[in-house]
Design a protein around this ligand. Structure first.
Ligand code: BGC
Length: 501
């Protein structure tokens, strides 16, 4: 039975609208009915309350029910790919890998050389990164794919230059960090895109590969899309190239997702859609894109700041777990807490620092800077904060400590919720383990994404919480391990092409 969302009395406060448009605007009427200390205690209570291990374990059981239902019949999550075998690690060739992430587009020339004793056989020969800012996210429909094609063209030119050829043919693999309904290993229907992107508007249901190729053909590029994989599946494939025992992966950056290699029997009868007889004859298992971000509604406890974020979101309720734990949202949750503190408790003397009144303006990297700064005066965190959000006079030490405490609470909750989602995922997909008898196979989850890689202490905190939850399931520490899989999207895109022959 779903647990009711943790709702708390809403503190009445002025609406965050036009009043705060201008920086350095003084909020004269900020009601001083509660002190900063009282607010700090309330924030702590709200973020920490759901995190007792037993409570998380119970949340995991509820998530397991959602996962199982989706494996049977969901059309938006637990999406099976066409990938029914994993790489051997001996695949070879040169490929162009495209990685469309939430905040970066990367185009890379990848060489697979085959694994040897002293090397994993995965080489990046050239890579170019392009930031995806709000203007690019806002490109509607085909305009976004044309923007991609232009960058693909630049790399194709470079390839011709380094190989001494003219317009040499390149096979491309696309790692797509959005949901896609695969219709073959190299085609897939575009589904609604989260992360603030507008590219799917008016194009939902069209083939993602064709949209990319349309832009490439218009530029006369000698390329072909030979594989499309979700970025979570790319992570799994790249790590499986290194270690054939890999069965699960996790991405945690701008968005969150996990992929798993499951026997076909784990999926409901309608989940595979139309596939050629040849595929059915060969396939026993399949790589499944879980779209983990979409789970957790009515399960994961939320605060009033989460609810505000959700209500103001372009796609409310679309990715409930993502809105609580990923790089796109941690900064935004902290920003909403700070704004309440400014406008109702006189934080920063009631002044709104520049840009802090703009949605998504508080970068999660600054949240991280507060956590990694161990100095007493929090000097480097203050510098990072003030560079992005100038204010008339610098914050006091007490104010800086408040920001740091909020940062910690928001990120600790994120790592605990992620561990819970992964624990549930491990329970549901440990098809070879006998949980009743307390027998568990060791599982490595291949990880990638900026939060896992760079956010101070995040991966360790997630691992510790995961260990405690697995212990409550009767498994010993080390049964489930998070292991970084570097450059997984670009390698995975190339490996996917090589697996398609
Ligand atoms: C998307 C997934 C993607 C994940 C990680 C989510 O927002 O829906 O498809 O794998 O982010 O990038």
């Amino acid at each position: 039975m779903p647990v009711a969302t943790l709702t708390l009395p809403h503190v009445s406060q002025p609406p965050l609208t036009t009043k705060y448009k201008r920086p350095h605007h003084v909020i004269h009427h900020a009601p001083p009915y509660k002190s900063m200390e009282e607010l700090a205690a309330e924030v702590k209570k709200l973020f920490e309350k759901p995190l007792a291990d037993k409570r998380l374990f119970d949340l995991s059981s509820q998530l397991q029910v959602q996962y199982r239902e989706s494996l049977q019949c969901s059309t938006i999550s637990m999406l099976p790919s066409f990938q029914h075998t994993l790489p051997t690690g001996q695949e070879q060739g040169d490929f162009l890998a495209l990685d469309v992430g939430g905040s970066t587009f990367r185009v890379a020339l990848i060489r697979l050389c085959g694994k040897k004793d002293d090397s994993d056989g995965l080489q990046v020969r050239r890579v170019r990164s392009y930031a995806i800012d709000e203007a690019i996210r806002d490109l509607p429909g085909q305009a976004f794919f044309d923007w991609m094609a232009q960058r693909i063209g630049d790399m194709a030119t470079e390839y011709s230059y380094i190989t001494g050829t003219t317009n040499a043919f390149l096979r491309m693999g696309l790692a797509w960090s959005f949901p896609v309904e695969q219709t073959s290993s190299s085609t897939g229907k575009l589904l609604a895109m989260g992360k603030g992107f507008r590219a799917s508007q008016g194009l939902e249901g069209e083939d993602v590969g064709e949209l990319v190729m349309r832009g490439c053909r218009a530029r006369g590029l000698n390329v072909a899309i030979c594989a499309i994989v979700n970025d979570s599946a790319a992570t799994l494939l790249s790590q499986a190239y290194r270690d054939p025992a890999t069965r699960m992966s996790l991405i945690l950056g701008t968005g969150v997702n996990a992929a798993v290699y499951l026997p076909l029997s784990a999926l409901g009868p309608g989940k595979l859609g139309e596939r050629p007889d040849k595929w059915h004859a060969a396939a026993k298992s399949v790589v499944v894109n879980t779209e983990l971000s979409m789970f957790g509604k009515e399960i994961m406890p939320t605060t009033r700041w989460d609810e505000e974020l959700n209500l103001r979101h372009k796609m409310p309720n679309y990715q409930p777990l993502e809105y609580l734990i990923t790089g796109r949202y941690l900064g935004e949750i902290v920003r909403l807490v700070l704004l309440e503190a400014i406008t109702t408790r006189g934080l920063f003397a009631g002044y709104v620092p520049e840009h802090l009144d703009e949605a998504y303006a508080f970068d999660t990297r600054i949240v991280g800077a507060f956590e990694s700064d161990r100095s007493e005066g929090l000097e480097s965190a203050q510098a990072a904060f003030m560079a992005a959000h100038p204010m008339l006079s610098p914050p006091t030490l007490a104010e800086l400590n408040f920001i740091r405490d909020v940062a910690k609470l928001v990120s600790r909750r994120a790592s605990a919720y992620l561990a819970t989602a992964l624990h549930a995922f491990w329970v549901v997909s440990s098809w070879n383990s006998d949980h009743q008898a307390g027998k568990f196979e060791r599982t490595t989850i291949a990880c990638d994404g900026s939060l896992m890689e760079k956010y101070p202490g995040f991966r360790k905190a997630t691992q510790r919480c995961l260990d405690r939850l697995c212990a409550l399931s009767g498994a010993e520490t080390g049964t489930v391990t998070l292991q970084m899989a570097p450059e997984s999207s670009i390698f995975g895109a190339a490996v996917a092409v090589s697996c398609n022959g």
